[in-house]
Design a protein around this ligand. Structure first.
Ligand code: PAF
Length: 254
């Protein structure tokens, strides 16, 4: 039975009594609305560690758009069942007050890479991500933390933060998982209209087409996407584009 943890002191007690120095601990931080992408991280953590904890916290500081935060799907009952079925041991459900007792006075900022790609279009987004991940890693004190490569920029920033701040934890990348039609799993997919849901897999098809970047951008525009960016970094094509008011991101190795 996955145990729900609703306070930091409750987690500290369990950690000190049952885990510290005795068992390896894997951690999967999430914002809930779990899908097969998240489940692949949980499976990996369960396989590689004695104990797995998953946090569900819709982190307000990483949303630059109030409506995006308001519309973010919350599916706690379904999430708990999925986690239970996968053998996750603990579900950590912190509140905003627990995570931000400082009212977000202390912020982790990366000054270079975080200002590009998604960071160039979502002001403050990666400050919010890095700050919450550092806080969660400090609270949970895991050996291994798992992040999906769909958020390739996020994964790299977190990996580099762990190195820069000498965090005692492995940051482990996990492969991007796609729906049968090629659309990368994302909690936001459920917000697409039925018509845009049919269109959405074209994002993957276009960035896999091996055409010049400008041609790919044009192809996406012709299909009805509003492109935030489409760039090549380290041999990888990275894209963010809107269908209606839903922002999708994806990436493929060139
Ligand atoms: O990838 C996410 O779901 C979030 O950015 C994370 C890492 C849980 C931080 O809120």
């Amino acid at each position: 039975m996955a145990k729900v943890i609703e306070s930091i002191s409750e987690w500290n007690e369990i950690y000190n009594r049952e885990i510290k120095g005795k068992k390896s601990l894997g951690f999967v931080p999430t914002m809930g609305a779990l899908h097969k992408g998240h489940i692949s991280l949980i499976k990996r953590s369960v396989k590689e560690n004695d104990i797995t904890v998953c946090s569900i916290f819709v982190n307000p500081t990483q949303f630059n758009d109030k409506n995006d935060l308001k519309n973010y799907p919350i599916t706690l009952d379904a999430d708990s069942i999925l986690l239970e079925n996968e053998g996750c041991d603990y579900i950590f459900l912190p509140t905003k007050e627990m995570i931000y007792p400082d009212n977000y006075r202390y912020i982790v900022t990366e000054t270079t890479f975080s200002k590009t790609l998604c960071g160039a279009h979502r002001e403050g987004h990666f400050d919010g991500v890095l700050t919450v991940v550092l806080k969660l890693l400090n609270i949970v004190r895991c050996n291994n933390a798992y992040f999906g490569e769909k958020d390739w920029q996020q994964y790299n920033l977190i990996k580099d933060m762990a190195k820069a701040l000498f965090l005692d934890c492995n940051i482990i990348p996990c492969l991007l998982i796609r729906e049968p039609d090629g659309l990368a799993y994302s909690s936001r997919n459920t917000l697409l209209t039925p018509e845009n849901r049919l269109k959405a897999p074209q994002l993957y098809r276009v960035i896999s087409s091996n055409k010049p970047l400008d041609v790919m951008k044009e192809d996406l525009r012709n299909l009805g996407f509003r492109v935030d960016y489409l760039e090549e970094v380290e041999g990888r094509i990275l894209v963010a584009a809107y269908l209606g008011n839903v922002r999708l991101i994806d990436n493929v190795q060139r």
